[in-house]
Design a protein. Structure first.
Length: 105
């Protein structure tokens, strides 16, 4: 049996109705679910905490830590605001030619 445990239940975890312990028959199912949860929690929850899934073999523990706050983050309410206020540009290069191994011509 493989398990995912959420270490601390902040109000967002409680509001989402997440179980404290989730059980899985297969290790890969546990890993896949933990990846989805970690991503979802970091994007959809209140932005007060940062969530990280830690693989401990037969179980994964999702830990939370307080996010760093910056002076200009007073008006940030969600992940979309964080991305909009970031200086980093993430996107695809639509003008590039894909490598042949990727199926490009």
């Amino acid at each position: 049996m493989f398990t995912i445990e959420v270490e601390e239940h902040c109000s967002c975890v409680k509001k989402a109705g997440m179980d404290e312990i989730m059980e899985f028959e297969e290790r890969q199912d546990m890993i896949n679910k933990a990846r989805v949860l970690e991503c979802r929690m970091n994007q959809e929850f209140c932005m007060t905490h940062y969530f990280e899934a830690m693989d401990c073999g037969d179980k994964i523990v999702i830990k939370s830590t307080l996010r760093e706050t910056f002076e200009d983050e007073d008006d940030i309410e969600d992940a979309c605001d964080l991305v909009r206020n970031s200086s980093m540009v993430v996107g695809f290069d639509s003008g590039g030619t894909p490598p042949k191994e990727a199926g490009g011509n």
